[in-house]
Each structure stands twice: as structure tokens, then as C-alpha cells.
Design a binder for this molecule. Structure first.
Ligand code: FAD
Ligand code: FES
Length: 247
């Protein structure tokens, strides 16, 4: 992990409040499921903002983010050539190199983008990947999964695109050697419960408010079956069997 300056290559709005930011990679590492702390401000805001790696291209890091508050609003204003500070790669990421056979990646909302790089790294590790991608109404990023996935299942809540309902309605964990999930906690809890019933290992990527992103402030600590863990350093990826969920 290192702190470095980079340059914005592109920052495009791709859906209502969703943006894709491309920055110079400067040799930075990016394991599937890891994230970077980003900052394009000096004094107005104190903290960097955690955003997952959407794609790690040869010379570029791509991030997909939703505009929700002051920090992501500042990011959305960045133009080509602007300076941006990065800290990372942060967190443990998914153990793609240890997986084999057939894996399902299950994403919901802004949990979808990190699963794109994950699908790529799984494919490179010789794993067959199916993607289950759930959205509220508008799809984003789906076509980016096409090179890496055998099958892609899409759902929207009211059926605007794909299956009408939740993506968990489509998932049958017993058909997979492992399930990887990222998205709203309510969705991941459901996926974890389905996997437990089918006796299939399940990795979940947790989201938590973060301050340092380094493992130093303990602000992102959660209780787990194995004691207190920092989401930024010991996670964000945890085996579902380790999680207590309501801590
Ligand atoms: C490991 C990890 C990966 C993430 N990956 C993505 C991603 O790929 N795309 C994406 O759109 N969002 C992602 N998020 C959520 C994103 O970090 C927040 O939406 C963002 O920090 C909000 O900042 P803000 O200033 O715009 O909003 P505000 O609500 O104004 O933020 C105020 C403070 O709360 C923190 N905060 C607010 N919401 C969250 C949140 N959900 N998670 C963590 N900190 C939060 C901010 O960092 C900031 O310190 C991720 C969060 C984590 C923990
Ligand atoms: S955010 Fe500081 S320890 Fe995780």
C-alpha cells in the first residue's frame, strides 16, 4: 500500500448518478475486491473516500462510483488532466488464486463494479464464472462482464430490464464451488444463508464508514466469530461463516 499522486484520464457519467473515473495507474497493484482511498481536495474535506477497483487495466485504474455526498460530488467534478491522490491498494480482496471450478459472483447496486475485476481475475485463474447482477431500475456496467462470464443474469426490482425481482431469486448456490458477493447487506445476508444451506463457501465484501483506511484508527471495527476485525485492513472480504452481521 502506498500514497501517491495520479492524473485523471477520464471521468464520465454513465447513468443517472453513476460515474466512471479512470486514473493513471502508476504501477499500483490491484487485487480483485481491493479498494483505494481517493481524494481530490486539500482542505475542505478531511477524509479520503473508499472506492473499489472496477477495472485494473495495464496503465489505468477504473473506479465506478455513485454520487451520494460531498466527497463523491467533488470527484464527479474532476476533468481530464486533474490531479488526484490515491492510497492503496487497501484491504485483503477475494482469494481468486485459491478458487477453482465454477464460481458465482452476486452483486447488487454499487456492489456490481468490483465484481467485474473479480470476474476477470477468476477467469485468468482458470475458474468458470457466472454473474448475477441486481439493480433497482437502471443497469450499469453489465456489458463489462461479458468477456469474463459464461452466463450473466440480470434483475431489476420492477422488471424494467431482465428478471423482475431480486437477483437472489435466480441464484442456485448448489451449482457452484464458491459464491462471491458484494452489495447491500440485506442481499449479502440472503446469499450467505442460501450458501450455508447448500454447504457452499461464500465470501462477502463488507462496507463500513472509514476514516484512515489503513487499519490504524479502529473506526471500522466489527465483531466477528473470530474477535474484533477491521473492515479496511482485515477485510473488506470475509467468509460468511465468520460474520455476525448485526454487530
Ligand atoms: C471498502 C469500500 C468500497 C467501496 N466501494 C465503492 C464503489 O466502488 N463505488 C461507490 O460508489 N461507493 C463505494 N463505497 C462507498 C463510498 O465510499 C461512499 O459512498 C462514499 O465514501 C461517500 O462519500 P461522500 O463524501 O460522497 O458522502 P458523505 O455521506 O458526505 O460522506 C461522509 C463520510 O462518510 C463516509 N461514508 C459515507 N458513506 C459511506 C459508505 N457507504 N461506505 C464508507 N464510507 C462512507 C465517507 O467516506 C465520508 O467520510 C465503498 C465503501 C467501502 C467501505
Ligand atoms: S478506517 Fe481506520 S482502522 Fe479502518
Amino acid at each position: 500500500m502506498r500514497y501517491f499522486d495520479s492524473k485523471v484520464l477520464d471521468n464520465q457519467q454513465v447513468a443517472d448518478d453513476i460515474f466512471v473515473l479512470r486514473v493513471e495507474r502508476n504501477g499500483a497493484e490491484a487485487k480483485a475486491g481491493q479498494f483505494y482511498m481517493l481524494k481530490s481536495w486539500d482542505k475542505e474535506l478531511t477524509l479520503m473516500r473508499p472506492i473499489s477497483v472496477f477495472k485494473a487495466e495495464k496503465d489505468e485504474l477504473w473506479f465506478m462510483y455513485r454520487l451520494v455526498g460531498k466527497g463523491t460530488q467533488r470527484l464527479s467534478l474532476l476533468e481530464k488532466g486533474a490531479s488526484i491522490k490515491l492510497l492503496g491498494p487497501c484491504g485483503n480482496g477475494y482469494p481468486c488464486e485459491k478458487l477453482s471450478g465454477k464460481v458465482a459472483v452476486v452483486g447488487g447496486g454499487l456492489g456490481v463494479p468490483p465484481l467485474c475485476e473479480t470476474s476477470k481475475q477468476l477467469t485468468h485463474a482458470g475458474v468458470t464464472v457466472d454473474a448475477y447482477l441486481g439493480f433497482r431500475d437502471v443497469l450499469f456496467g453489465v456489458e463489462d462482464f461479458e468477456p469474463w462470464c459464461d452466463s450473466i443474469f440480470v434483475s431489476t426490482e420492477k422488471g424494467e430490464e431482465g428478471y423482475k425481482g431480486f437477483v437472489t431469486d435466480l441464484l442456485k448456490p448448489e451449482g457452484y464451488d464458491c459464491v462471491i458477493t458484494c452489495g447491500p447487506e440485506i442481499m449479502m445476508r440472503k446469499v450467505a444463508a442460501m450458501c450455508a444451506e447448500a454447504n457452499v463457501p461464500c465470501y462477502c465484501s463488507l462496507e463500513h464508514r472509514m476514516a484512515c483506511g489503513l487499519g490504524a484508527c479502529l473506526g471500522c471495527s466489527i465483531r466477528t466469530q473470530n474477535g474484533m476485525k477491521r473492515v479496511c485492513k482485515d477485510g473488506p472480504v470475509f467468509l460468511s461463516t465468520e460474520l455476525l452481521w448485526n454487530s
